[in-house]
Design a protein around this ligand. Structure first.
Ligand code: FMN
Length: 212
């Protein structure tokens, strides 16, 4: 089947993208208003785009009535946020924080989650999440009237000690984190426990094996 995006409406384009580009990691974003009200919400249009400099990106849409999402408003105003990663154990609480509460509602309190102060930024991190990145806003790239790409620089990270294999080498036991990703349709998630290993092939190895 061939699908020309010029011939289908935006909701259908979105449906096709999110049901095939899977699994998507989930950024559980904590931000704060200028008055200090804490806000949290999950965003799965999320990934790391550069290791050096350490840059992450989050695609933030708008509410149905066209208003920007609270996380975006806060990040735009304060330039700071924390990304927490979501585990199997966090899934239900994360889902509560996705409810479109009013701007001044603290979703973390609604979900019964605890916070720990950050070091470099004002928004706190989520105590129940094993990995948190303290971020400073680099730029918001406007993608359209209803959508923006938030680019942030990671200035520090927190990770639970039990997930560290070798602290001096920064080796992490990623499988221990039991992170989840977002799948094809709203309400579907993937666990990151079904893994296989495949080493990269060096050019020298390729040439040897192919008699070049
Ligand atoms: C797992 C999950 C992933 C989501 N990913 C996104 C996303 O990438 N972009 C987006 O605009 N909304 C996304 N949402 C919806 C927002 O979380 C939801 O609109 C939330 O209420 C926004 O909160 P805020 O206004 O406090 O920022 C997602 C929801 C869930 C449950």
């Amino acid at each position: 089947m061939y699908i020309d995006f010029a011939k289908i409406d935006p909701q259908e384009q979105n449906k096709l993208l999110v049901s095939t580009i899977t699994p998507r990691p989930i950024a559980w974003v904590v931000s704060q208003s200028l008055q200090g009200n804490v806000n949290a919400a999950p965003y799965s249009f999320f990934n790391v785009f550069s290791g050096d400099p350490p840059i992450i990106g989050i695609g933030m849409g708008s509410h149905q009535d066209g208003r920007p999402k609270d996380s975006r408003i806060n990040i735009e105003r304060t330039g700071e946020f924390v990304i927490n990663l979501v585990t199997e154990d966090n899934a239900e609480a994360m889902n509560v924080t996705a409810i479109e509460f009013d701007y001044d509602v603290d979703e973390l309190a609604q979900a019964g989650l605890a916070t720990i102060p950050s070091i470099h930024v004002k928004p706190p991190r989520i105590a129940e999440s094993p990995v948190a990145f303290e971020c400073k806003l680099v730029q918001i790239v406007e993608l359209g009237p209803l959508s923006g790409l938030v680019l942030g620089r990671v200035v520090a990270m927190h990770i639970w000690d039990e997930a560290i294999i070798d602290a001096t080498k920064h080796h992490v036991d990623t499988t221990k984190l039991k992170l989840i990703g977002r799948m094809h349709r709203p309400g579907w998630y993937a666990k990151t426990s079904d893994l296989f290993r495949m080493d990269r092939i060096s050019l020298a190895q390729w040439r040897t094996e192919h008699g070049e």
